[in-house]
Design a protein around this ligand. Structure first.
Ligand SMILES: Cc1ncc(C[n+]2csc(CCOP(=O)(O)OP(=O)(O)O)c2C)c(N)n1
Length: 309
């Protein structure tokens, strides 16, 4: 089941007028996620682009309660909020449920916030954690994170004679979260908005912790055209680089059935961060990346009981 554009609520809990860049994927990911909200919703937001650019005093782009928290403890703050609302309910000071959405970038989630996130999942808090993944620490100048794909040039993984861009592959956030035994984890892309909104809604409906990891291109850091954001978000999935799937009670389910994959070069050539990979001297690195993408894609497919055609 996929939400149709015409069925989306007209309300915009995330208002225009923030100062995110033109074509900002994370911003789109937030607007879409809130289209899936069902009742009173509170957002807990770690430091990052979305946070700094939506709340420039005395303005705010949030039309719902919003809490800013440190980069490193978003999981703990969101979990604490859940306990606080529970206490209010017990005392009869609050009726009905408040949905809590924790929102962090990939730096805040994959690296520095992962301990707090792990604790939140382990304790079983009824919180939806959304990681918007723009594949680097963008707010502070495009440094590599645990989510940066292999080969990407960032300010801390520059491509040159010493290294060929980021070394090592992207951390398997969905697998790590699912290993906590929680009942809902999903990967998504803003390029497939109906699928993404559905997943956020399902995550909200789960009783207990749920995680949605959404790919959200950043034109500034990816050195891509702002008008290509959605196209790139789609291509990341269609090349097999970022498979979208759900892990429901430990079972993998692919969201987009595999067809013929688009060659990875088509995706890479639209982004300055990968431009070196298309030069002859980086040929071996490109081949290694292609093999890694294929292996990882097959791994997810086999977990989902599918095979490459
Ligand atoms: C402990 C700590 N170290 C460094 C910073 C500075 N800092 C603020 S935002 C940020 C980058 C966040 O990156 P990410 O979570 O990927 O979000 P994005 O900026 O890409 O939206 C950093 C390093 C901080 N706030 N706290």
């Amino acid at each position: 089941m996929m939400v149709a554009l015409k069925d989306l609520p007209k309300e915009e809990p995330y208002a225009p007028g923030h100062r995110l860049c033109a074509g900002c994927g994370p911003s789109i990911s937030v607007r879409m996620a809130l289209k899936a909200s069902r009742g009173p919703t509170v957002v807990v937001n770690a430091t990052g682009c979305v946070e700094v650019s939506t709340t420039i005093y005395p303005y705010t782009a949030w039309r719902i309660p919003w809490v800013h928290t440190l980069f490193e403890n978003i999981g703990a703050v969101a979990g604490g909020l859940e306990y606080a609302y529970e206490a209010l309910e017990r005392r009869g000071q609050l009726k009905g449920k408040v949905d809590i959405i924790a929102l962090g970038g990939d730096g805040g989630t994959f690296d520095i916030g992962i301990q707090a996130l792990s604790g939140m999942l382990e304790r079983g808090h009824d919180v939806v954690y959304i990681c918007y993944d723009n594949e680097a620490y963008m707010n502070t100048g495009i440094q590599r994170s645990g989510a940066t794909p292999r080969g990407a040039a960032t300010t801390t993984s520059p491509a040159g004679k010493v290294i060929p861009g980021k070394r090592g592959k992207k951390k398997d956030l969905a697998g790590i979260c699912a290993a906590h035994g929680i009942s809902y984890v999903a990967t998504a892309s803003i390029g497939f908005f109906g699928d993404y909104i559905d997943k956020v809604r399902r995550a909200i409906e789960v009783d207990g912790p749920a995680v949605v990891h959404v790919l959200a291109p950043c034109p500034l850091g990816w050195r891509s055209n702002p008008s290509d954001t959605i196209k790139l978000a789609k291509m990341a999935v269609q090349t097999g680089l970022f498979p979208i799937y759900e892990i429901i009670d430990g079972k993998y389910k692919l969201s987009l059935k595999p067809g013929r994959l688009i060659p990875l070069e088509e995706y890479l050539k639209l982004q300055g961060r990968f431009s070196h990979l298309l030069k002859p001297e980086f040929k071996d690195e490109l081949e290694a990346i292609k093999r890694e993408v294929e292996d990882e894609y097959k791994r997810i497919l086999s977990l989902a009981g599918e095979h490459v055609t």
